[in-house]
Unconditional design. Structure first.
Length: 301
């Protein structure tokens, strides 16, 4: 499918409804130059399939693809180890509305075969450029006849450098704790713990390339910003209170990192089954929905 470009005088986003309503690249205009705030997945040297994708109807991982909900055991198909990132990012979506600055798409699992989740569900995803803001909205419905555990999130990548090689990038956000990962498999190995110094960005500081992070943070307050001081650009992010968790992914040796607002913790369905009521996994009754908003605001320094 032909990519869709949303654009005004300051921002430009290129998306593809098929597959996954994924973001291919996102840029901001500074003077006469368009600065790529995210990787451009269309470039041949980019090792990403997209610059951001949706994780629905759960965020991140489910250990071994197995969980118990309301005394019933469920087994999902999985990759090499765990079920991961939901089941909408590789599927075609239906375009409901498209203008120069707005795109609305929908997905209904009942129209697809072998969707990797025990309950039927529907999703609406919207993207819009409003002045200096790039706004994303997600709504998830339970279309089944019984309660459904649910969650979702966005998985945006950002470029480390904008205008010069190896320029510093700074990060700031507020979260209270992080799930330990003693088994190095991104599955919480215990209850949330206070942030270690290398996980704590409560005051703005550099996100250095050697600080490897693939961390699920809890009690996230819904705000934060990324700053490229040499390029005199700040990208402020805000999201709905529904997004109580934040995933920070900072791989070594890569020109990008990810800051992912999500509603539920890694392995949230199993945490919920174990009594962790703060894990963020929602329980949707038939016909009920879960919704959230995620915004990126451009600021000049």
């Amino acid at each position: 499918m032909t990519p869709v470009t949303l654009q005004n005088e300051r921002l430009r986003a290129v998306l593809t409804p098929d597959p996954g309503v994924s973001l291919l690249t996102f840029s901001a205009r500074k003077g006469d130059t368009w600065l790529p705030l995210t990787p451009d997945a269309r470039e041949p040297d980019c090792d990403l399939k997209c610059a951001s994708f949706l994780m629905v109807p759960y965020s991140n991982r489910i250990e071994n693809g197995t969980f118990t909900f309301q005394n019933q055991r469920h087994q999902l198909e999985r990759g090499t180890e765990h079920a991961i990132h939901g089941d909408v990012r590789t599927r075609p979506w239906k375009t409901e509305e498209q203008t120069r600055t707005h795109l609305c798409c929908s997905f209904d699992s009942r129209a697809h075969q072998n969707v990797n989740y025990p309950w039927p569900f529907a999703v609406r995803a919207e993207y819009e450029i409003e002045n200096r803001a790039f706004v994303a909205r997600l709504t998830l419905w339970n279309r089944g006849a019984s309660p459904m555990p649910a969650g979702f999130g966005w998985h945006p990548y950002f470029n480390r450098a904008l205008t010069s090689p190896e320029e510093p990038v700074h990060l700031c956000f507020q979260a209270q704790s992080a799930y330990p990962d003693a088994n190095d498999n991104r599955i919480p190995s215990g209850p949330p713990q206070p942030l270690a110094p290398h996980q704590d960005f409560s005051t703005e500081k550099p996100l250095t390339p050697d600080n490897f992070l693939d961390t699920c943070l809890r009690d996230y307050d819904g705000g934060g910003h990324i700053t490229w001081p040499k390029s005199a650009v700040r990208l402020r992010f805000t999201c709905s209170p529904t997004c109580t968790h934040l995933i920070l992914y900072n791989p070594t040796g890569k020109p990008y990192f990810a800051v992912e607002p999500v509603t539920n913790a890694n392995d949230g369905v199993n945490l919920l089954a174990g009594g962790d009521v703060g894990c963020g996994t929602a329980v949707l009754e038939p016909g009920q929905n879960l919704e959230a908003r995620f915004e990126l605001h451009l600021e000049d320094l």
